[in-house]
Each structure stands twice: as C-alpha cells, then as structure tokens.
Design a protein around this ligand. Structure first.
Ligand code: M6R
Length: 600
C-alpha cells in the first residue's frame, strides 16, 4: 500500500518527512508529496515519480509540522494531480486505503459547492473534513470518518494541528523528545525513535511536539501502551517477518478485503466492477472467453476457467501467453489478460496479437498505469498493494478474488444464477479473509511437515476440479523458492504416467477438501499410498475420515466447495515457504527469477 509519514516537533519538518518517505521507497510507489505548515499557511509540494524529483524541487521550508505520502495508485492515474496530500481550504490529508462510498460523497460535496481537482477518493475525504471543520480538527475528522465506508489510515494537517486515525490499514505514532511522528510503517521513523504506539481500528490521535492523545470516535480517551521496537531496519521493513514472502502471505486477508471493497453488496446480491466497461447486453453476447497469462497468473486463469464455466456458462480457453500468439482468437471472444505486474512481455505480446481481431479485451492487474492497462478495453485492479517477494502470493489471492467476482457478475447478467445463490456466495466470500487469518495463525504443523519435505528431491501436488490449479500453483511455488523438483497434477491423471515415479521417496500433497470429487480424491490418495508415498492432505477442519488414508492433515476452514481453492492456496504457500526456509534458500529473490519478466 501507500506510505504515510507525519511530524510535529521543533526541527524543520520537510527534511524529516522526505527522509522518512525515502525509508519506504523499497515498497514501490508512483508519486510522492508533502504538506508543511509554514508562515501561517499550508504549503503542498508533490510530484510524479521518485522522491528525489520532489526533493530537488523543494525550497527551504522553515515549518516544523507536516505530513507526507508515497502513493501507489488505486483510484485515479499515477500523476501529480492525484498524488497526496489533497487539500480543501486549510485542510491537507494523506490517506492509505479505499473509501468505498466516495462516488456518493463526491456527488454530495459537489452539490455543496466543493470543487474536485483529482480523480482520487482521498480528495472527497479532504472536502468532507473541511465541511465539518469549526475550529476543532479532531472533531471534524471524527465526523467525516463516521460518514465513510471503507478502510483508511490518515494523517490530517490544519494549521499546526496534526491528527491521525485508522481503520483496517496500519498506522503508528512514534514518540520522541520534543517531537512526535506518524507513520504507516515503522521503518519510516526508526531512525528518529523506537518508542511506538500502535493505533487500533477506529482510534484517533492528536499529535503535538510534546503530547500524543488517543481517543475513540466518541472522544473517550484511550490509554495506549508504548512499545519499544528492537528490530533493525531490515527486520522493520519486513514488519518483523523473516521474509517479504511471509509478510505478504500474512497480508492476504487485507489484500482480499481491498479486492472486494466497494464491489460487493451481499444484501442485494450485486457486484459492481468499475473499469469492466461491458454492458449487461455485451456480457450476454460473449460467446467465449480466452484467458491469457504466465506463471502464477496462468494458474489463476486455470481456476478462472472452472469459475466462468460453472457460474456463467461461458466456454473458456486458458492459454499460456507465450503460446497464445501462435493461436487464433475466436471472433467475438472476450480476451482477459491476467498479470500482477502488467508488464510481462509475453502477456503483452499475446494481447497485441488480438488487436484487430474484433475481440474485446480486459486486464486483471495489480499495477495502475502499467503498460497492460493502456492496451485494453477494460481493467479490473486487484488492489493487493505492492508485492516485493518474487514469488507471487497476495497478488495471486487477489486475482482469484477478482475472477470470482467476474464469474458471479457474468453469471448474474446471463441469468445463470439465482439471486439467493449469489447472495450466499458473496456472504461466504466475505468470510474468506478471516478464514485465511485462521490458517496463518495455525502453522506449527506446517512448519514440522516442512522439515520432512525439505529433505525430498521430488514432490507431487495433486488436486481435482477447482483445486487442480492450486496443485499446479503449489508445485510452482515450491520449485521456485526451495529449488525442489515439484510437479502439479490433476489427481486422475497420475495413473496415466507419473504414477511410475511415485515411491516412498516422493511425498504427495493431496488437496482433498470436501466436494463432488472428494471420493475420487480419496481413491487417488490410496493409489499413491499403495506405492508407499508419504501423503500430506489439505482437508477441511471437520473432515475426520481423511486421517485414515494419509500421514498428516493440514486443516483449513470449511467453505463452499467452489471457494475452497483460496484457502488451500494459503496452505500450499506456507508449506512451500517453510520448506524453502528449512533449506536456507534466498526466498525473496530466487536464483534466475525476476519480479517482472519484461523479455519474451
Ligand atoms: O506479473 P505477471 O503476473 O504477469 O507475472 C507472471 C509470472 O512471471 C509470475 O507469476 C511468476 O511465475 C512468479 N514468479 C510466480 O511466483
């Protein structure tokens, strides 16, 4: 996500804000800005691109209180106008998160005479706070936040007053001597202080050079604990996790929450996908879908095939992007390119082959303004936040999230799904982030199993239907970060060849969640057990039967059969991660691999 910093003290704020923002550069951003209270007014400086651009253009600013931001675009293009801080009258705001009802707020505020200059949701918040402001900034912030649906971490500046608040997005206060700090991430301010207050959801902090007072939305004071942080800078960048990959696995509930934010109404059974650019009539007329992608994104596409065919009755072809360019797109198809980076050369080349074929194109990507987004008719953003580990984790989960929403939306538009069916699915989808958190907090068995797996030369992952793509993803994750040879197979396919490789030395990870193919999976498990392979099942927490057939069971919460791949993904990610860790591999930067593959 984006980065927030704030300073209230006796030193010049601008150099401290710039320095703190630079400590967040490792996370990636597309623009940066600061606002400083100076000579009785707030001065805002912002620019597209690197913090150095911003720094080079800064005059000498004497002010000692200010806020700063690095933006990673989610609403509106990455450009100077959309960069934070956003202002309204004497108020300046920096914001992380998504305001779900910002369109509604924008209309309301426009009618009251506020003029919008950016495309961002944050500007609505600035105007909203201004509309409530009557000489008490904290009161105005609380009133505005009560009108907001969505997630936020904010720092608000008005004169020399500095106020911060959060919901579903991290924010900390750093305690100094004669100076205090605000940051979305500890590394930003670690150079200045190690005394940290972690704000909790729906808490507001008023920050001056000599005091920090924290209160709730009813203005009741809250006693907060000050934690002394002993992480070094590198550990702080990873929020104390050993690797970015593990941090990003733990960020998946939040990533998925953002993927769904403002797009789902489970009460009405409706899905809103801004950027889709397809009318209900056009959706009804889609004859076929081609999904094109590489690597992990390809595995997401494979699940997409099951989802679209099952939920919306549209035939889907899934193509490896580097091969699609030799295929002939079916006229009238919708071609969907999936790419977390939006810069993968193979995917872009495949997409360019479609141009002129009369097919409509849609991108599913995580990076606003990426090349892919500029070459398609519609874009759905996954909103996972920046992913630093080379192995895709949270971007994959969010790609799955978007594919579920698309398939359900298409199913509804084509009259394939009843309203009750959609409502049930949306309610279950909304529970998934909390279910992922449960898997993340229950890893002891996975760590133990990883010790055994780490000594293997070959590992097989098997699954059926919706979990077959996750078997492929498990094998890809394991091989790229642990360097163990791994294969993913449709469980029914083992007996057609690969069974010859199964011995007591080839562990098999069997994704065996409850559903229509459960009994068949059990038979496949018996096949490999008969060849003495050690079997680890990934199964529902209430399934007691599976224990009879396997050596160990990694349990995941029960959900609708069709949604189980999201949860089984987390199990295979953790298994792969801890196996690679046992082998002391450079998990975040595996050999020979890059985060964004820009060559064909
Ligand atoms: O940025 P993209 O999603 O287009 O990248 C595609 C693949 O290069 C990528 O998924 C790769 O397989 C990852 N290393 C998987 O973890």
């Amino acid at each position: 996500m984006c980065g927030i910093v704030g300073y209230s003290g006796r030193n010049r704020a601008a150099p401290i804000l710039i320095d703190s923002l630079k400590r967040l550069e490792y996370r990636g951003y597309d623009s940066a800005g600061i606002a400083v209270f100076n000579s009785n007014s707030i001065k805002v400086y912002k620019d597209k691109g690197k913090i150095a651009n911003l720094e080079n253009g800064l005059p000498e600013i004497a002010g000692t209180v200010g806020i700063g931001h690095t933006r990673w675009a989610t609403h509106g293009k990455p450009n100077k106008i959309n960069a934070h801080p956003h202002t309204s009258g004497s108020i300046a705001v920096v914001h992380n998160g998504i305001i779900e009802n910002y369109q509604e707020l924008r209309e309301r505020l426009t009618q009251s005479g506020y003029v919008f200059s950016s495309e961002t949701d944050t500007e609505a918040l600035a105007h909203l706070i201004n509309s409530y402001y009557r000489d008490d900034l904290a009161e105005a912030v609380v009133s505005a936040l009560k009108d907001i649906r969505g997630s936020f971490a904010i720092a608000v500046l008005c004169g020399s007053e500095l106020v911060a608040a959060r919901k579903d997005s991290p924010l900390v206060i750093g305690i100094g001597s004669g100076e205090n700090f605000i940051a979305s991430d500890i590394p930003a301010i670690l150079k200045y202080t190690r005394q940290i207050i972690f704000l909790d959801d729906l808490e507001v902090a008023s920050v001056t050079p000599d005091s920090v007072s924290v209160f709730d939305f009813e203005r009741h004071q809250i006693e907060k604990k000050i934690t002394s942080i002993d992480w070094d800078l590198e550990a702080a960048e990873k929020s104390g996790y050993d690797h970015f990959m593990l941090k990003e696995i733990h960020e998946q509930p939040r990533a998925l929450h953002e993927t769904f934010a403002g797009r789902i109404s489970e009460l009405e059974g409706s899905i809103t996908l801004d950027g889709l650019n397809l009318t209900p009539v056009q959706i009804r007329d889609i004859s076929r879908i081609s999904l094109i992608a590489c690597g992990t994104s390809f595995n997401a596409g494979l699940l997409g095939k099951y989802l679209f065919e099952h939920l919306s009755g549209i035939h889907v072809d899934v193509e490896i992007a580097s091969e699609f360019r030799y295929a002939h797109p079916f006229p009238g198809s919708l071609v969907i390119a999936i790419s977390q980076s939006g810069e993968t050369a193979d995917t872009l080349a495949a997409l360019r082959e479609v141009k002129g074929s009369g097919c409509r194109t849609l991108a599913i990507t995580n990076v606003m303004g990426s090349t892919l987004t500029r070459e398609v008719d519609g874009v759905i953003y996954t909103r996972s936040g920046p992913e630093i580990g080379v192995a895709a984790t949270k971007t994959f989960i969010s790609q799955l999230g978007v594919l579920y929403l698309l398939a359900l939306h298409f199913g509804k538009s084509r009259g394939m799904l009843s309203s009750d069916h959609i409502k049930r699915m949306l309610i279950s989808l909304k529970h998934i982030p909390a279910q992922i958190t449960r898997i993340n907090s229950n890893k002891e068995l996975i760590k133990k199993l990883a010790q055994t797996l780490s000594a293997s030369n070959d590992v097989f992952f098997i699954g059926r239907t919706f979990n077959y793509p996750i078997a492929l993803e498990g094998a890809l994750k394991l091989k790229e970060i642990s360097y163990i040879h791994a294969e993913g197979y449709a469980a029914g396919e083992l007996k057609h060849g690969p069974l010859a490789l199964i011995t007591k030395n080839t562990p098999v990870i069997a994704i065996a969640t409850k559903g229509a193919t459960y009994d068949k999976m059990v038979n496949n498990i018996k096949e490999v057990k008969a060849r003495e392979a050690p079997v680890i099942a990934i199964a529902d927490e209430k399934d007691m039967e599976i224990e009879r057939y396997v050596d160990a069971v990694v349990r995941i919460p029960a959900t609708e059969e069709i949604l189980s791949p999201i949860l089984s993904t987390v199990a295979i990610q953790l298994l792969s991660y801890y196996t690679a860790k046992e082998r002391d591999c450079p998990i975040d930067q595996p050999r020979n691999l890059a985060k964004s593959v820009t060559v064909e």
